[in-house]
Design a protein around this ligand. Structure first.
Ligand code: SF4
Ligand code: ZN
Length: 740
């Protein structure tokens, strides 16, 4: 490492350690040394310190111990002229920096009302880590970019963000250069930020970059299954990141005049960068700081500088060795999964379809080969040039697909992908499906030349790319003529009705095979989902039909048919064939699994369940917690705390991770009496599944039960809940004990 960088990094490390020391002293003065300290909703204490030192920091006193280790690592501040021929010293300084930075950040959370000012987000909790971090591991996100500083203009900032988003690269932002930050630039340009759009601004000071690195450390512990606690584990956590998480730092802009030395970046930035290099994350800078090219800790170069902005992403991808799957679709706007969660707001609206505003539908049909002309896009009715700005138009989207292996059964599975495919267009928002889609096109997309034929281009390209084994030909008809949309809608509704009968009519008893899903074994190595017609996968994404389609597409993929075999116990739903399969697929960890019980041999949970069902013995019933609800629940834990206890692919009687659709299935914990056991759920979830829930309660002859199911508005502790259940006369009180 060049001496200038090494001395600056070491100086920066000293500054951070001193700052952490001062703040810690103050905190101990205000509180007691036994005062608890930590980040919200994580099972990993101070994650980076846990990962690197194996130390569980729970109190201020523990912070002192951690800081002691940081001080031991600190090399002496070198004389300006001292030559440091190797990286060792600066790397140690980097580790000391990260420890100090994490303590400084954690101390902020001592104030229970602390929340970073928008747009800054601060600490990422475990729930988000599980849903988003998995994408870094399974390749949906090829890597992350930690952007530090600001760009010459707001336009450059938007371009950089779009370029990264288009490649599905997750963007973390921390730090400023000359008082400006990339996040502020994006905010000024109305660019939506947050986990939904893959742009995560942590904080305006460079020390906030520690959140990106403690996210990466937790990723290794969660998905890599590395148990912290030893020097070897710390090494493995760093190696895991080097080999599996393709991250890099973009140092943007300069901080001229630092120390009056001509040094281009602050000591603090060099110190934090030295921390990142320990992870194998290289630094790419647009300003000409000294380069460090020889390979070593990083896969390739450590610091590459003076890269012009229009080449910086390409350079980073090269240096870090990112594997990009880039399918270039011929449309005039960027395309990628990072645009999936993007909203188009009223002020930004050029034209919309469906929702409350016009008639709209989407229908996909499997057709014989001879009836589909591959690549054909037809528009019936006016294009959006003729729209009145801000108003609605009718929309019908008819997709015909043909393929030798295609079956009518797969139509709904493929049709459900429309949402994902269309949402990934920058400037197009898509919600809903079938006859309730709601689509918005932004002014920006329209001005860039986006027209309805591009809607077809996207669908054709994506169906062929993602379902190549099934789909040989695709044609798309987009209809905006009111009379024709209405006419076709009638036909479409008849098809939806027939499909529902087929899927909803299906019972577990009617099929010979269930399906397995082992997709989540990448991070919960012994977890297996058994998916039945009446019980979908716990993530909510895989129904029995979906698993069947996926098996047809790839027989060596994550889904396989599982013959039920001889029944061992009817009520619990235990079959010989299922047990045999699960034993093998769980690497011998599971002997028996029940399809319908929460108490006896329940299915395991990985971590991505939509909801958690938990037995509340004092009520003789069960409660449901959902990912969206972050408040307290009657079991005394929030969703994320509970999730930390239940996941990982082990059987936990009394707890069950489930998909939302299963909640109203006839087979919902039917071994324990089913939906009658339900005593509490978040109000938002209750509203979301209201129609289905009312229908299900009517089926069992208990429509009045709907109002007897409490929400957080009625009770948040078990005492309050018992009182509520007695007051309303919930039938659960009369059932036989759920816990023997
Ligand atoms: Fe498959 Fe289950 Fe993971 Fe969903 S939660 S992807 S069904 S293993
Ligand atoms: Zn999972």
């Amino acid at each position: 490492m060049s001496k200038i960088i090494a001395s600056a990094a070491i100086r920066g490390a000293h500054k951070y350690v001193t700052e952490a020391e001062t703040r810690l002293k103050e905190a101990i003065g205000t509180y007691k040394p036994e005062k608890k300290v930590g980040f919200p909703n994580t099972a990993y204490n101070l994650p980076l310190i846990l990962a690197l030192l194996g130390l569980k920091v729970e109190t201020l006193k523990d912070c002192q111990e951690a800081l002691g280790h940081a001080k031991d690592l600190l090399p002496p501040v070198p004389e300006e002229s001292l030559w440091l021929p190797y990286l060792g010293n600066a790397l140690d300084a980097g580790i000391a920096t990260l420890i100090a930075e994490e303590i400084i950040e954690a101390l902020k959370y001592l104030d229970p009302s602390y929340k970073p000012e928008p747009p800054w987000l601060g600490f990422t909790d475990d729930a988000i880590l599980r849903t988003q971090g998995i994408k870094l591991v399974d390749g949906r996100m090829p890597g992350f970019a930690a952007c530090v500083g600001a760009l010459p203009t707001n336009r450059d900032a938007v371009e950089l963000a779009r370029g990264l988003q288009e490649r599905n690269i997750l963007i973390f932002i921390a730090g400023d250069s000359q008082g400006r930050s990339m996040a502020e630039q994006l905010q000024e340009e109305d660019i939506e930020m947050g986990w939904d759009t893959y742009i995560v601004p942590y904080g305006k000071h460079v020390g906030a970059a520690v959140y990106a690195l403690n996210f990466a450390a937790r990723g290794a512990m969660t998905f890599g299954g590395i148990k912290p606690g030893s020097f070897d584990a710390a090494r493995k956590i760093l190696l895991y990141n080097k080999e599996r998480v393709f991250a890099f730092v973009l140092a943007l802009g300069a901080d001229p005049g630092v120390n009056g030395t001509g040094q281009l970046l602050t000591d603090e930035k060099y110190a934090t960068a030295a921390g990142a290099i320990n992870y194998g994350f290289p630094v790419i800078a647009d300003v000409p700081i000294p380069q460090i090219l020889p390979r070593g800790i990083c896969t390739y170069e450590h610091v590459v500088s003076g890269v012009s902005l229009d080449k910086i992403i390409q350079k980073a991808v090269e240096v870090r060795g990112l594997k990009l799957k880039l399918s270039k679709i011929p449309i005039p706007v960027p395309y990628g999964a990072s645009f999936e969660g993007e909203r188009v707001r009223k002020e930004n609206l050029y034209v919309e379809f469906g929702g409350k505003y016009s008639t709209a539908f989407e229908l996909l049909r499997a057709k014989p080969m001879g009836e589909v002309e591959d690549g054909l896009i037809e528009l019936v009715g006016p294009d959006i040039d003729q729209a009145q700005e801000g108003k609605a138009m009718p929309l019908g989207v008819l997709i015909d697909v043909a393929g030798r292996n295609l079956k009518t059964d797969f139509e709904p599975v493929l049709e459900r992908r429309i949402h994902h495919f269309i949402s990934c267009i920058n400037g197009v928002m898509h919600i809903g499906q079938r006859d309730i889609p709601w689509v918005r096109i932004s002014k920006e997309a329209y001005e860039k030349g986006f027209r309805l034929k591009h809607y077809g281009e996207v669908l054709i390209a994506k169906f062929k790319e993602d379902f190549g084994a099934l789909v040989d030909k695709v044609q798309v008809k987009v209809i905006t003529d009111q009379a024709q949309v209405e006419q076709l809608l009638k036909e479409a509704r008849e098809i939806y009705r027939q499909r529902d009968e087929r899927v909803l009519g299906m019972k577990d008893e009617d099929v010979e095979n269930f399906y397995s899903c082992i997709l989540c074994q990448s991070y919960a190595p012994n977890h297996v989902c058994i998916v039945t017609p009446q019980r979908l996968g716990l993530c909510g994404a895989y129904t029995w039909l979906d698993c069947g389609a996926s098996y047809e597409m790839d027989q060596h993929g994550p889904n396989k048919p599982v013959p039920k075999g001889r029944v061992i116990e009817q009520i619990l739903g235990i079959w010989e064939g299922v047990n045999a399969y699960v034993k093998g697929a769980s690497n011998g960890n599971l002997e028996s699994v029940s399809m319908y019980s929460i108490m006896q041999d329940p299915q395991t949970s990985c971590g991505c369940f939509e909801c958690l069902v938990a037995v509340l013995p004092e009520t003789n019933g069960v409660m449901i917690a959902s990912r969206e609800y972050q408040g307290e629940t009657p079991i005394g834990m929030t969703f994320s705390t509970m999730a930390g206890e239940v996941g990982g692919g082990v059987q936990t009687p009394g707890f069950l991770g489930v998909g939302k659709l299963y909640l109203t299935s006839e087979k919902f914990i039917s071994a324990e009496g089913g939906i009658k056991r339900l005593v509490w759920m978040p109000s938002e979830l209750k509203e979301e599944i209201k129609d289905r829930l009312e229908k299900r309660l009517a089926e069992i002859g208990m429509p009045e039960l709907f109002d007897k199911i409490a929400t957080e508005k009625d009770a948040t502790t078990s005492e309050e809940l018992v009182e509520f259940l007695q007051r309303v006369g919930h039938p659960v009180l009369e059932l036989e004990p759920i816990v023997a």
